[in-house]
Design a binder for this molecule. Structure first.
Ligand code: NAD
Length: 369
């Protein structure tokens, strides 16, 4: 039976519309192969929304997102909006979208593709085969805890304060996502905290340990964040799924991503308890190359694969796209950001066409993201 999905597209700014157009074409091909019926509805966000409607996330855009099964976002931002007041900046649209959809879990894979090993700054033998998923808590912890602010002491000295706080329920819901993602992957979960120093981390560790018996198929380990940061560059292959709080996850997910060395290849997902998730590339709107057909569309395409996997529960269609990306790289096609000697330079549109040729012609098995 044909399955129907309503997808809201938020192309945003800069290279956003270019990489989104390629991704929609790819999804159309895959939908035919897997008997999926996608209805795409576009909405504005970021600078484009400021120009059209005067605010970075119009109510109508948020409403369209809420009504859909998943949201595919490209990127927002650009120099022309940088001097607007904070509530009118493109980034505010992104924060409002996350808050409006209750997205508390951020999934950031760092997968080394065999064809791009040399893009990493680390040695081949260290990064070959790396396949990590960082699950970061997104709406709590020190970025949101109260009290926060810059206060004056009795002696007239300024004192900056932020508070790292997590309730049990906030820990439980993100750790549950961590265990479930680990179950879908290689069954290994590493929880990262600073329980030797921070009380909030001790509660985190207690909750993770208490929940572990519910997931007997997952092998659980704990690491202090300083050690985790070292291990990620010393021996990243030891990790499968990492679950951690907002601050530690912010830092570790960027560190893990940089193991791959190619920003144009990195997708992400943000999920809530129910309702649609948001799937977007890690990179920004790349205004320096916007409108020049130079952007690498693959992070956006791989975000669509994450949407199929974690948002719509269509893992076969997701895997097909991922394998198509491997195959297109195997055939030597490269956009400027991942170009190396002997490869075929292509622009955004041609990369999309090459991927569609691959997806339409064959299915390649053997590599899983
Ligand atoms: P950026 O990621 O947009 O660009 C950094 C560098 O990487 C640039 O040289 C760019 O050309 C290149 N690059 C990025 N994506 C690429 C792709 N798909 N293909 C080829 N090259 C690519 O980061 P930035 O320059 O710091 O920020 C530009 C704008 O994007 C700013 O307004 C910033 O606020 C915004 N931004 C948005 C998001 C988001 O939408 N989630 C994330 C980061 C930055």
């Amino acid at each position: 039976m044909t399955k129907q999905y309503q997808i809201t597209l938020l192309p945003g700014d800069g290279i956003g519309p270019e990489i989104m157009a390629v991704t929609v074409d790819v999804l159309k091909v895959v939908s035919k192969q897997y008997d999926l019926d996608f209805t795409f509805e576009e909405a504005c966000i970021g600078g484009a929304a400021i120009d059209q409607i005067g605010e970075p996330l119009p109510a109508e855009s948020l409403e369209k997102c809420r009504r859909s099964d998943a949201v595919l976002l490209a990127a927002i931002g650009g120099y022309q909006w940088d001097n607007l007041p904070r509530h009118q900046r493109p980034e505010t649209g992104l924060l409002r979208l996350r808050a409006g959809l209750g997205l508390f879990a951020n999934l950031r894979p760092a997968t080394i593709l065999p064809q791009l090993i040399d893009a990493s700054t680390l040695k081949r033998e260290v990064v070959e085969g790396v396949d990590i998923m960082v699950v970061r808590e997104l709406t709590g912890g020190i970025y949101f805890g109260q009290p926060k602010g810059i206060f004056e002491t009795e002696k007239g000295e300024k004192r900056g304060v932020n508070t790292m706080a997590y309730k049990e329920s906030e820990i439980d819901r993100i750790v549950k996502v961590g265990f479930e993602i680990a179950q879908k992957r290689r069954g290994k979960l590493c929880s990262v905290d600073k329980a030797n120093v921070l009380d909030v981390s001790q509660l985190w560790r207690d909750r993770v340990t208490a929940m572990a018996p519910n997931y007997p198929d997952v092998e659980l380990t704990h690491l202090y964040v300083d050690n985790a940061a070292m291990q990620l560059v010393r021996d990243p292959k030891q990790f499968d799924t990492i679950v951690t709080g907002n601050l530690f996850g912010d830092i570790l997910s960027d560190e893990a991503a940089m193991l791959t060395g190619s920003i144009g290849m990195l997708p992400s997902a943000s999920l809530g308890a129910d309702g649609p998730g948001v799937f977007e590339p890690v990179h920004g709107s790349a205004p320096d190359i916007a409108g020049q057909d130079k952007a690498n569309p693959l992070a956006q395409v791989l975000s669509a694969a994450m949407m199929l996997h974690y948002g719509l529960n269509e893992p076969e269609a997701a895997t097909n796209i991922e394998q198509g990306v491997i195959q297109v790289l195997e055939r030597g096609y490269r956009t400027g950001d991942i170009m190396s000697t002997g490869m075929t330079p292509v622009g955004c549109r041609r990369m999309g066409e090459a991927l569609i040729e691959v997806l339409s012609s064959e299915q390649v098995l053997g590599f899983r993201f």
